[in-house]
Design a protein around this ligand. Structure first.
Ligand code: SF4
Length: 594
């Protein structure tokens, strides 16, 4: 494990099983970037980019299995071409699926298909270093199987050119050294550092997982004197203290093009037809939605989904989230969560450490209180100076709390102050559209069940936010049930609840306020059942719109200075927590808005 203080040097070394063989494709990745190799080979992570999708489609066309290669001693006179042959070297523990093998004059030449173009130099065209080593691995495997292999070729599909490389002693020695370094890296407990300022990162399919710029910024450019990453400088009116250095390049798109689907009308049935979800009410088709355009599907209440639709969503990595009709989030279906087992092991180890739970909980709670204060400062019709001052003090006390119990007390007091002023942020007059039963006249926070309209909106907002952080936890490889501040309890996504603390005011409260203040939701949209107040179907639909508008809002990250949507930010924060838990960055940078 890394040398970060969160991992004790006395901790037992991790045990991890290495595979029998290393694919030649992985040696190519290792040459491109050892960190990319580690993600794919060790942690089992993969993400498609435009390049990989194009490459895969083109490979399918050449991936037709051919006949076996005859034994080496029978090759003399034959001229053979065979495709898609898998061979391994037991000596070097490498394996390759060879796109095409051409046999002539007793020698076997591997031909690899690449979807891109060759490297252009002053001397002409040549192989990329990644491709050269990958071919040399194939040559090595052929030689270990008794064949003569003197050269290899890559066919670059974009320019439809073949480029040769001779398997010289120098190249084969370099290849053996590379294989050996790749095995060492795979056995290591430490992920290699991200590349620095590399143009490779802009083309890398894992850039959104790796966060190279952010990781460097949090690791290497922090002031030496600061023992912890302090987001607020209390002496300068809560202005953020950023690590010095240049601005962070935003290498991921600020927003995702994929959208969530909310199905809210009771009795809907969802099936699959080709690549679309077909949504029916009785026998009438209400909507067709392309699965490739979705990032999640939310089923509110009694909505049926066919097994075929569930299978397709699982294999497309689109989570399905289940809510009660009233908006209680109670389940999620995802594909097999088989990746990143080492992260979960670190998560479970640290969750057992009381000192670590307190250290993280302090920061999360202080962040939430600061964000609550900013909400009042920005949105209250006449912010109460005493409340602002006390919230500021409480954020400071939260950072120094001696126990989780003390922290809970501080958090509760801050919540009372904040919600005590919450009505001042509702700028819709109580009589606007009010019925005898409902108004937006907020008194205090209540829940389970919410007993007034504002609390019904807040509860639904927190439920949606829990769902979104649960999805982010799964995407990163965490177990969402094992938290640090929120203790594990049957069926409670404790880690999602931890991560969402600073975002409650910024996303859920903000969505509720804008739904009320812009009259997207009015008091007529509520219904009472016993003591509980809930939204009608139309009101829920309007609130989903308000919530998604908030999630789509671009916000400036205070540490990295780039603008991303809240939806993107949630995943970035979950990934930064992973960086911290795996020991790559010393502190989890809690998101606190300016
Ligand atoms: S983003 Fe850059 S550093 Fe990270 S894995 Fe990709 S190439 Fe390597």
């Amino acid at each position: 494990m890394a040398s970060s203080p969160i991992h004790s040097p006395q901790a037992e070394p991790e045990r991890r099983a290495l595979p029998d063989y290393m694919p030649a494709r992985m040696i190519n990745e290792f040459v491109y970037c050892p960190r990319l190799f580690y993600y794919e080979q060790v942690e089992g992570l993969f993400a498609h980019s435009a390049d990989t999708i194009e490459g895969e489609a083109q490979h399918k066309r050449v991936d037709k299995e051919g006949k076996d290669l005859p034994p080496a001693e029978e090759l003399e006179e034959e001229e053979i071409r065979t495709r898609s042959l898998m061979l391994a070297s037991d000596r070097h523990r490498v394996i390759a699926k060879m796109d095409l093998l051409e046999v002539a004059d007793g020698a076997v030449t591997p031909v690899d298909y690449k979807h891109g173009r060759p490297r252009e130099t002053d001397q002409g065209i040549e192989l990329w270093s990644t491709d050269r080593i990958q071919l040399a691995v194939q040559g090595l495997i052929l030689r270990d199987n008794g064949y003569r292999s003197d050269e290899g070729m890559v066919f670059y599909q974009k320019t439809r050119q073949r480029v040769r490389v001779e398997f010289t002693v120098k190249l084969m020695t370099e290849t053996l050294e590379t294989i050996s370094r790749a095995w060492e890296t795979a056995a290591s407990e430490q992920i290699p550092a991200p590349l620095v300022d590399s143009p490779k990162c802009t083309r890398c399919s894992l850039v959104g997982i790796c966060l190279p710029e952010e990781t460097h910024r949090l690791r290497g450019e922090r002031p030496e004197a600061a023992p912890q990453l302090t987001l607020f400088d209390e002496t300068r009116n809560d202005r953020l203290k950023k690590p010095p250095g240049r601005e962070t390049r935003l290498l991921v798109t600020p927003r995702t093009d994929l959208r969530p689907l909310y199905l809210n009308s009771q009795g809907l049935r969802v099936g699959k037809s080709g690549a679309v979800l077909r949504i029916k009410e009785k026998d009438t088709v209400r909507q067709d939605v392309r699965i490739g355009e979705l990032c999640q599907v939310n089923l509110m209440g009694n909505i049926q989904m066919s097994t075929q639709a569930v299978q397709e969503l699982c294999s497309s990595e689109v989570p399905i989230c289940y809510f009660s009709r009233g908006g209680w989030f109670y389940g999620i279906t995802t594909g097999l969560n088989t990746k990143n087992v080492f992260l979960r092991r670190s998560q479970f180890r640290l969750a057992e450490q009381e000192w670590y739970c307190l250290r993280l909980a302090r920061r999360l709670t202080a962040g939430k209180i600061r964000n609550q204060r900013t909400m009042l400062l920005r949105n209250h019709v006449e912010p109460d100076k005493r409340v602002l001052r006390e919230l500021k003090e409480m954020a400071g006390r939260a950072e120094r709390a001696d126990s989780l119990e003390e922290l809970l007390g501080i958090e509760g007091n801050a919540a009372r102050l904040y919600f005590g002023s919450f009505a001042g942020m509702i700028k819709m007059e109580p009589e606007d559209g009010a019925t005898d039963a409902f108004s937006f006249d907020f008194q205090r926070r209540n829940r389970r069940p919410p007993r007034d309209a504002v609390n019904a909106l807040l509860s639904l907002g927190y439920s949606l936010l829990t769902k979104d952080f649960t999805i982010a936890c799964y995407a990163v490889g965490f177990d969402p049930l094992m938290g640090f501040y929120h203790q594990p309890r049957q069926g409670r996504p404790a880690l999602a609840l931890d991560l969402m603390e600073p975002f409650r005011p910024l996303v859920a409260d903000s969505a509720a306020l804008s739904a009320m203040n812009t009259k997207m939701v009015t008091p007529k949209d509520f219904i009472r059942a016993g003591r509980a107040v809930a939204l009608r179907a139309e009101g829920r639909k309007a609130f989903f719109r308000a919530y998604e508008l908030r999630m789509d809002t671009l916000v400036t990250h205070p540490l990295f200075d780039y603008r991303v949507s809240y939806r993107r930010l949630l995943e970035i924060q979950a990934r930064l927590l992973a960086r911290h838990i795996e020991g790559e960055v010393e502190e989890y940078p809690v998101f606190v808005t300016r």
